[in-house]
Design a protein around this ligand. Structure first.
Ligand SMILES: NC(=O)C1=CN([C@@H]2O[C@H](COP(=O)(O)OP(=O)(O)OC[C@H]3O[C@@H](n4cnc5c(N)ncnc54)[C@H](O)[C@@H]3O)[C@@H](O)[C@H]2O)[C@@H](O)CC1
Ligand SMILES: [K+]
Length: 492
């Protein structure tokens, strides 16, 4: 039987422990034997091998000592059956194998399979079956050397279940981690594959449910949920042909200290492009003319004191504070104005740095940090944020009583109950101004009537999708302003 293999990922994600604790239970409920599951897992990897590298001459499987290695022996077994030139480099002595892995080893040997004790540098493709969900703690030096050696070959690699060296729950990347071109993950999606540095190692992610995926989702409460643009776009407010601007929300964006007019302009323009009816900007007096230039739809106010902001906040439905705000005396004066805001407010960029210095508690706060800003908000080094982005985003949401968006590859959005993983957009967002763009889109969607949590999710997806379309059109390195027509096209 050919197992189903798809890039359409399930909607829910789990920890390694949840998979370990429940896969045998779910399998037995469905009358499936674990060894048969191992064979099916391997069959799905072999299927992908043939699909992507069907013309390869030589394959080597690198097998560890657990059941991930067992999967590897079965990939090699199928390769043998298809008369490929295949060997297994076993990192562990056969005496150290146990259970299904040992059985898979003997089934491979009995088929005439070859096991060697070094990496075959002449192989065309490697199958990484070193470590799966059983990997925990610090990577041992033995595995570290092997992983580095494999990566150095610069050959295609297919990872079995996950790239070895990656923690399937937290997304922490060990000192060495396989750089896979493809990963085939089994039964239930592990959340650690989906965000942050992990994205660099996983390559193209395939999923093989092995006939158990639906039962698993039914049986086990997920840790996080995946959302993509297609799933969210239906919740976009409909723009009626007879609507007028007052019905589509009024956004006030505050920021743009003397040297930084660009950021607030980018945020405001994105907000217009995302469909807000009216967009006001409150900025440093010296920047008023620059911000409005060429974008005459913006209503731009020069402000010097917090009191001047009060009537502007009063008139707005949604506020954004932070893009280009700076940390000067002007910035701090303006910042004071938001202390009593009782409407949705998106705090970004330097607003987050001021928030980290003196936390405030607002009723409808949305914070949008990247890793560095998150580290200041939580008072821990940024390297620690990346060790577990899932924990980090949920801590941010709880500690600040806010909706938190942790930006970066596979952005995460959390409120006090849920964590959502963004799966749209597979291109790097690391260009100046991209973050400012995002805060404007969030505000624009909320202004039109979307609930805050959904608006943040959709904004991240629109942003990712627009960047992806730009990339497809060969516009990498394009000015952020070139993204706006794409955003508008997506929103319409
Ligand atoms: N029969 C089953 O239970 C099935 C298991 N499956 C596969 O089995 C995998 C899980 O198998 P296991 O639970 O045996 O675990 P793994 O094979 O993922 O890992 C266990 C091995 O890793 C080593 N290890 C753990 N931490 C380490 C560290 N820090 N440094 C060096 N070595 C370390 C252990 O000594 C052990 O040899 C899944 O990822 C999947 O690939 C699939 O075949 C589906 C069916
Ligand atoms: K692996």
């Amino acid at each position: 039987m050919t197992p189903e293999l798809t890039t359409n990922l399930p909607q829910f994600a789990y920890s390694a422990q949840q998979v370990k604790d429940n896969e045998a239970i779910v399998a037995s409920q469905q009358n499936v034997v674990m060894y048969a599951l191992m064979q099916q897992a391997a069959a799905s990897v072999f299927q992908l091998l043939m699909l992507k590298y069907g013309n390869c001459d030589k394959v080597q499987v690198i097998a560890g000592g657990g059941n991930n290695g067992g999967d590897g022996y079965w990939v090699a077994n199928y390769a043998l059956q298809h008369e490929l030139d295949v060997s297994v480099f076993s990192v562990k002595d056969v005496n150290q194998l146990a259970g299904d892995a040992k059985r898979a080893y003997f089934d491979y040997i009995n088929q005439g399979g070859e096991v060697v004790d070094s990496l075959d540098t002449s192989a065309d493709v490697y199958i990484d079956a070193l470590l799966g969900i059983g990997f925990c703690g610090e990577l041992s030096s033995e595995y570290l050397d092997v992983i580095n050696h494999i990566n150095q070959q610069n050959k295609p690699i297919i990872a079995v279940d996950l790239p070895s060296g990656l923690n399937a729950t937290t997304g922490e990347v060990a000192k060495a981690c396989i750089n896979a071109n493809y990963t085939v993950s089994f039964i239930a999606l592990k959340q650690g594959l989906l965000s942050g540095n992990a994205k660099q190692h996983v390559g193209n992610l395939y999923f093989a449910g092995l006939g158990l995926a639906d039962a698993f989702i039914e049986h086990v409460e997920p840790l996080s949920q995946l959302v993509n643009y297609d799933a969210l776009k239906a919740s976009l407010p409909v723009r009626h042909i007879n609507s007028y601007k007052q019905q589509l929300g009024h956004v006030l964006l505050i920021g743009g200290d003397k040297p930084m007019p660009g950021a607030i302009r980018i945020a405001a323009e994105s907000c217009l492009r995302a469909g807000a009816g009216l967009v006001s900007v409150a900025t440093h007096p010296e920047n008023r003319a620059i911000v409005v230039q060429g974008r005459y739809e913006l209503m731009v106010h020069a402000v010097e004191h917090a009191t001047e902001l009060e009537p502007l906040i009063e008139k707005a439905d949604v506020c954004v504070i932070g893009p280009g705000l700076g940390l000067s005396n002007w910035s701090k004066t303006v910042w004071q104005a938001i202390e009593k805001v009782n409407k949705p407010i998106i705090i970004d960029a330097d607003g987050l740095n001021l928030l980290a210095q003196k936390p405030i508690n607002l009723a409808h706060m949305i914070i949008t940090p990247h890793c560095g800003e998150a580290s200041r908000l939580l008072g821990i080094p940024s390297s620690e944020i990346e060790l577990n982005r899932f924990d980090s985003v949920s801590k941010l949401a709880k500690q600040y009583n806010a909706i938190a968006l942790l930006k970066g590859a596979g952005s995460l959005v959390a409120n006090s109950h849920h964590t959502v993983i963004n799966t749209s957009g597979s291109v790097s967002m690391a260009s100046a101004g991209m973050g400012d763009c995002l805060s404007g889109i969030i505000a624009g969607l909320i202004a039109q009537g979307m609930p805050n949590f959904e608006a943040v999710q959709l904004a991240v997806n629109i942003h990712g999708r627009a960047a992806e379309i730009a990339e497809q059109q060969g516009k990498r390195g394009m000015l952020v302003s070139d993204l706006y027509p794409l955003i508008r096209k997506l929103v319409d």
